[in-house]
Design a protein around this ligand. Sequence first.
Ligand SMILES: [Fe+2]
Length: 343
Amino acid sequence: MQSNKPRLPHLKDLTTDNITDNVNTVNALNHDNARFRYVLERLVTHLHDFSRETRLSTKEWMVGLQFLTTAGQVGINGPSEFHLLSSILGLSLLVDAMDHPKPATATEGTLLGPFHTDDAEHLQNGALISQDTAGEPLLVVCAIKDTSGKPISGVDVDIWETDSTGHYDVQYANRSGPDGRCVMTSDAEGKFWFKGIVPVSYPIPHDGPVGQLLKSLGRHPWRPAHMHFTFEKAGWDKLVTALFMRGDQYETSDVVFGVKDSLIVNLEEITDKSVDPETGDSLSSRYGVSSGTKLLRYDFVLVSEEQSLSLRNDQSREALERLGRKVRVVDGLPVPDVDSSRE
Ligand SMILES: [Fe+2]
């Protein structure tokens, strides 16, 4: 009869060759969550391989620890340095792309960034979301559809943008409430529209350890002008994305790697003669904006949760097969195929 008690490793005289297996074995002994054990096992394995491959010196490791310690301390009262670090190393974009795969017909996602808040006001269609009078007026008219072109009503849309100086409201110490952000809900035709300002490019916070790292790499801290959006409705995969204003000087060198061609938009300029292509109504009277206002139009396409899970399952299996790893895929996520610690 097989014992349920896991075999204990002999944790003595460990070497550069056998320490990884031993650490992974002991980490897996008393934890029942297979996914957690898998993630930790791969993390330890890659960390150890990283140090073996680089022959990491004690001095270098101390520099790394000091960097992480300072990043944690700076992040307590300001934007999270760890969040910024994840973004400038491309990890944030990578995780979003894997967790929210899209068919070619759907709107692409991009990273959330550190400036989303949960206190944005719920506003009605047509509302003004920015109180910045120095900004260039912008009308945003959007529709939300499924991959067959059918409108989706009742989608909660979270929107946030910079002011005309390239700052989000949360970057002001004297912030009295949300500005340059709101939540709207798509109407019966899947539409939502609002007035804001044309967003401008901005540097991510770079006065901390992440800024120093960028400097030492000879990289700039700038993001091209963009407006953030998230879309949520039960039964639909949450879409986190942004639209980028075409022609920005940082369009091809975004410090956090977030730009995608399909998310770059051309702004039009509304004149007295501009009309709504669907109704023929004058745009300025239909939306209550003056001539000279910039216009951003975009149709967002969502995927169902079912479609997204199916894609995530397929892509996980394919990726892990290419790596030659024997795993099962549960809810789109790999876990060990053979539960060796429970044998
Ligand atoms: Fe942003």
